[in-house]
Write a protein of this length. Sequence first.
Lengths: 292, 265
Amino acid sequence: MGDRTQRIIDEVTAANWVQDGMTIAVGSPAPMALLRQIIRRGVKNLTIVDSGVTLDLLIAAGCARKVVSYYAGGGFGVPVAPAFRRAVERGEIEVWECEEGILTTGLQAAAQALPFLPWRGGVGTSLPEVNKDLKVMQDPIRGETLIAVPPIKPDVTLLHAATADAYGNVQHCGGPGWLDLFLYRAADRTIVQVEKIIPNEEIRADPWATTIGGADAIVRAPYGAHPFYSRGYYVQDNAHLRQYLEASAAAAQENRSEPLSQYLNHYCREPATLGDYLERIGIKRLLELYEY
Amino acid sequence: MPTNEYTPFEQMAVFLARELKDGDVLRVGVAMPVAEAAVRLAHLTHGPNMELIFLGARMNVAHLETIPMPAFGWDRRVVRWAESYSDTGHRFDRIKDWDRHVFFIGGVQVDPYGNTNLIGVGSDYQHLRFRGPGSVGTPTLSTHVGRYYIVLNSHTSRIFVEKCDFISAFGWGTGGADARRKLGIPGGGPRYCVTPMCVFDFAEDTKRMRLRSVHRGTSAQDVQANTGFALAVPTPVPVTDPPTVEELRALRTRVDRSGFLRRNA
């Protein structure tokens, strides 16, 4: 009998799982080490299940053809993420219009191999008109009006978590992230980048703390969520995020694309690895963020 | 700022805080500074059994002297207040009990029947003139919560339109007290719409928006001039009860310590 197969791969190899035209889902904390590799490779025509600034970044970098998004705000007083807004208004990307309840329902349908699951939120709204995949139905039990939500099935889900062992057992710090478990359950394959690889014995010492028991790949990625937070490790780098949002807004609203291409080149395209990226951020800045 | 002066945002926050009852479960989403202030103020002044849910963070911090803003969501300042967290799926669970939940909603368009639009502006969905942020969780929340408040950061006739280009949260549809029941939408619907100029409510029978009160210094004519549909206006026009000295002091020293509502109104 051979040894149990280890699932640790580097971020470059892992990100190669994402190919042009696939559907990817992005968790929170943001798996930035993986997303930067996708941008670096210039992957195109992705359908992206994501929200907020990471979605904006992937659109700004030209990776998106379609987005499954319930919310694309920028934070920091930016009501609509700039690259998202411009790309949609120009018809450069398609939106699979939804909302949080419909999104989780579609992910659940995919996870449970069902053709649809019903949801009530959205009845009476324009959602079924602007998203033809959502079907208004009469339920066969009580005859109520509901929305049938088809499966939302990512080819690859990309997550960031605190720790994992070599066999794909993941433990989030302070519980699983925002949508992470929905995205994991629905996807064909899941890559989890983690702050720290820990021994299998440590996982078995507290199996109830394992949030994902079957990640397909584990990527060693300390500080891999920067400029976002990683619970238990570091806080969000708001100055960096503002810098990105200003660059994205300059490109989208003033047709001034230089700051954005500089940002993308400097932080996403030129650094070959996470290590190269972190060198550009600098140890001093990273240590400033090292709190919880 | 002296306590006989206050900004429209402060008036809005105080009005909303008075609306909130002890025991309410208050759900506040993103980009709603007035609602964030209102729930904090209510919690500190008369809501020891309120639960505040900021995104997924559920808290009761009535014992604190201050609950300063801005601080939000996964922000570490909120993390230290939370008693529990939930991911999106759990957040939308136990919906059967949401009749005691209260929610606040904004919109890029609002129509006379309290339908709101966060999708975008334009006659053709494929070619929007303005693309909004998306519906967030507002379709589900507005469907199920016991009552909700439409809270707007500005009051213009571009926001208040006779008909929303798209509806992301169903208020009273095309009107009528049974508009929601006919579609099997269980929640109580929008109660008031609060803006920097005034408070709107909804007529009992038609559920069409009408002027309930104007904030001090604003006239009904001002409101109508900035509203893109005809309003029913009571005579005389009531003035929104201004904030008391105590309310303003609590708001400024215990909640809005950085002066966000004083600067941005």
